[in-house]
Design a protein around this ligand. Structure first.
Ligand SMILES: NC(=O)c1ccc[n+]([C@@H]2O[C@H](COP(=O)([O-])OP(=O)(O)OC[C@H]3O[C@@H](n4cnc5c(N)ncnc54)[C@H](OP(=O)(O)O)[C@@H]3O)[C@@H](O)[C@H]2O)c1
Length: 294
């Protein structure tokens, strides 16, 4: 354990948290806490956990992520996504780094090319505003070196996300309608977990960064590719029609979504010396993994 970097992971049982936990490099000593171990809104418990473990780096993947429900639960969303983040920053010592996850939903559609980290945010939902407030709190805390890592359209082979949902629907429905006027970039959560570990290993980066897989598509394009690869891999055994619809033609969810929220990951590529891959490649790996577990 001597010489190993001490890393505290918050939100360890979430989609991304799970993958961060499962990809820990050998040079790291990880303490992974789920909500059951540590409620981020419990200020005292958070201070105690941080003091006891004295991490060099905190990875915060915990968040209120239910975009539609947040419209009716603004207080809870802000408590977890903003106030708790502010308290976390106030708790840590000067030499602790916080790597905090944020979202493309801080943007809307005021731009029609991938947003760079310094593009002006303009969230259009409670969730987006609460995440932006968390970012601002962290950036304002001058006692802490933080990385705000925004990502988009996260998916993995486990749990409920667009890919697992689509596979379920494509297997059971006779036809699907999918929105074709919201543009963004899918991101494999396992790829993002590796990017997070790279940020943990390098010690200098500071500020806002973006990470998503390469390509700007709609949910309809995403669904079509999931079907096509699913058929090739034998996860799906029949093809059903997928119809494109505009957002206005879809049963209205509570929260407004951005029409264009693709992220420009070039600053992350430069600082970490890595490249994004076309989104279809990580999708195949995730579908292969899903096939193993079927
Ligand atoms: N999913 C996406 O498409 C997406 C896109 C862009 C950015 N992001 C960001 O990426 C990060 C990870 O997202 P994800 O997909 O892994 O979300 P997730 O699966 O919903 O995981 C979030 C985790 O946070 C935990 N949590 C909620 N409230 C908490 C509290 N008060 N104290 C401690 N833990 C708490 C949740 O526990 P419970 O399950 O017990 O509530 C859950 O395990 C988040 O910051 C999210 O905003 C996600």
């Amino acid at each position: 354990m001597m010489g190993m970097k001490r890393v505290l992971l918050l939100g360890a049982s979430g989609q991304l948290g799970n993958l961060v936990k499962n990809t820990v490099p050998v040079s790291m000593h990880l303490k992974a806490l789920s909500r059951a171990d540590l409620d981020l809104t419990d200020r005292l418990a958070v201070s105690q956990a941080v003091q006891e473990y004295a991490p060099a780096v905190i990875i915060n993947t915990a968040a209120y992520t239910q975009v539609d429900k947040a419209e009716a639960e603004e207080k809870q969303a802000f408590e977890i996504n903003a106030t708790a983040v502010e308290h976390l920053a106030a708790t840590v010592s000067l030499d602790t780094r916080i790597i905090h996850l944020s979202t493309d939903f801080v943007f809307s559609e005021h731009q029609k090319q991938p947003y760079k980290p310094d593009a002006a945010p303009l969230p259009v939902s409670v969730y987006g505003r609460s995440k932006l407030a968390g970012e601002s709190a962290l950036l304002a805390a001058d006692n802490v070196h933080s990385i705000i890592l925004r990502t988009s359209w996260l998916y993995s082979a486990m749990g409920r996300n667009f890919v697992t949902t689509m596979i379920g629907l494509l297997n059971t429905r006779e036809e699907l309608v999918v929105v074709n006027d919201q543009f963004g970039s899918p991101t494999s959560a396992v790829g993002l977990a590796n990017v997070i570990w790279r940020f943990v290993m390098e010690d200098t980066a500071n500020g806002v960064y973006h990470w998503s897989d390469q390509g700007v598509i709609t949910w309809y394009d995403f669904a079509r590719e999931i079907q096509s690869q699913g058929l090739e891999l034998g996860i799906l055994d029949r093809e059903i029609p997928i119809k494109p619809v505009p957002t206005s033609g879809y049963p209205t969810p509570a929260a407004r979504r951005p029409f264009y929220s693709a992220l420009d990951s070039s600053a992350t590529e430069a600082v970490l010396g890595i490249r994004t891959t076309p989104w279809q490649e990580p999708l195949r790996k995730v579908l292969e993994k899903l096939k193993e577990t079927q």
